[in-house]
Design a protein around this ligand. Structure first.
Ligand code: DC
Length: 448
């Protein structure tokens, strides 16, 4: 199985290493700091008393350079002559050494295999200058992380002074400008964004904001749609509009729908709509109430009934196998939401007519989909007079504010997080409709 490769390039001080470290922790990837390899060569050259600008001397010293790299608990460990290199490679002096030696093609060639080696064994996120252009031009996700020179210098200054290094912001900025110039004008693998990289400017983002932005890019890129799938979605959208144009009014008429909170539906971007489920027509009520087209999961059996199959397909249905966990339906929901579409999921799994939703069980598949695609969840409460299913009924659709990934409590994913998030989502649905639990809480939680 081939492993996922995420390339993050950009100038020094853009926050690459700290952001990538946190992203790696959250997404369970191995983080490879390629700058540390160049810094280690810089340290080696300095210890050997070689002028880093003396290319011939540096090249002549390379055969004796022994670097060891291994992964330990998701962390990259670099050894120089058998000893782990620590903060010694983080000084400004070594930054300059690293920048100089990194311009030498023989040094770059020597470090190439170290960088590629891990990608055969682990899902990796690498940060550097030429990862998306030279080391892994085939990386699944490429990000160019940058920030203004002033913002970068300010961050580096805070970092250095926190470590007790005495510097001024001006000297850090001057050193950074010099390094930027050297890194982007050198002949061998200059710093540049790959043409297919997504550029992320972090000048106005704090650390958490940068981490979230990188994770969203990764999630949206992991589920790239093939041209065939894009075409299929376009076709579905056309029949969807036809469906709601011709039949939507019947639903609105039958259900006398009153909608509140329509403004809570984001006008662009993906999202999971989660609602309680009372009647078969619920999905059409939701479809007729939101200002965008939606997709939803419907049990596979319905696709076998001739006319119904046409109708639900037109209304955006995705077939769902209900007997077992349907990974295909989950994947399709993730693909759709990660690519900017809305998918409606009923966490209760099936209709619960006449029941107070606060007394019913729910599953956590919707939370899983939202986590995987990095999109918000929009809670929707469906209320109808008397709660009993009748064809003519008054229906109230109350749309709540989107719940962000942070609000859903997502950090590393996993079933415990999905369960908690599902409880938050369903709690919000009940709150919107003023439903309160009347039965004692269940002992065990059954999950999708
Ligand atoms: O990211 P950093 O500041 O730790 O990198 C130190 C130096 O190494 C930097 O000046 C440029 C160089 N470098 C490189 O040329 N290619 C990489 N993939 C990573 C770093």
């Amino acid at each position: 199985m081939s492993h996922l490769k995420i390339a993050v390039d950009g100038p020094g001080g853009a926050g690459k290493s700290s952001v990538c470290k946190e992203v790696a922790r959250r997404l369970n990837l191995l983080y490879i700091d390629t700058g540390a390899l160049y810094r280690t060569v810089g340290l080696y050259v300095k210890r050997a008393g070689i002028d880093p600008a003396d290319r011939d001397a540096v090249v002549a010293s390379l055969p004796a350079l022994s670097i060891g790299v291994r992964a330990e608990q998701g962390r990259q460990i670099i050894l120089l002559d058998g000893n782990e290199v620590g903060d010694e490679i983080r000084t400004q002096e070594i930054s300059m050494y690293a920048s100089r030696v990194s311009a030498i093609p023989e040094v770059r060639a020597k470090l190439l295999d170290y960088q590629r080696g891990f990608a055969n064994e682990f899902d990796v996120i690498l940060d550097g200058r030429d990862i998306g252009t030279v080391i892994f031009p085939d990386a699944e996700v490429k990000i160019f992380l940058t920030a203004s020179p002033e913002a970068r210098a300010h961050r580096r200054y805070l970092e250095l002074t926190a470590k007790g290094v005495e510097v001024t912001e001006e000297s850090v900025l001057a050193e950074m400008n010099e390094r930027d110039r050297a890194d982007s004008t050198r002949e061998s693998a200059p710093l540049a964004a790959a043409p297919d990289a997504v550029t992320l400017d972090t000048s106005d983002l704090d650390f958490d904001g940068s981490v979230s932005a990188v994770i969203s890019i990764i999630k949206s890129k992991r589920y790239v749609l093939t041209p065939e799938k894009k075409k299929k979605i376009k076709k579905e959208r056309r029949s969807y509009r036809f469906f709601y144009f011709t039949l939507g009014w019947i639903v609105r008429f039958l259900h006398r729908i009153k909608v509140t909170g329509r403004e809570n539906i984001p006008l662009t971007g993906g999202g999971v709509l989660c609602a309680n489920h009372i009647a078969i027509l619920d999905i059409f009520s939701i479809g007729a109430s939101v200002p965008r087209s939606i997709n939803f999961l419907a049990k596979r059996e319905l696709f076998k009934v001739p006319i119904l199959s046409f109708l639900i397909r037109s209304a955006g249905a995705i077939p769902l196998e209900r007997k077992k966990t349907d990974l295909g339906a989950i994947r399709r929901s993730v693909e759709l939401t990660a690519n900017g579409n809305l998918v409606a999921i009923f966490p209760q799994g099936h209709r619960q007519p006449g029941m107070n939703p606060a007394d019913t069980e729910y599953k956590s598949g919707a939370a899983l989909v939202a986590y995987r695609s990095g999109v918000p969840v929009i809670p929707i409460c469906i209320k109808m007079k008397g709660q009993k299913y009748r064809i003519f009924r008054r229906t109230e659709i109350i749309i709540g504010k989107p719940l962000s990934q942070e609000e859903l409590g997502f950090v590393n994913g996993g079933s415990a997080e999905y369960r908690e998030a599902a409880a938050k989502i369903f709690g919000e649905i009940c709150r919107l409709g003023n439903f309160e639990r009347t039965l004692p809480a269940p002992e065990k939680d059954e999950n999708a």
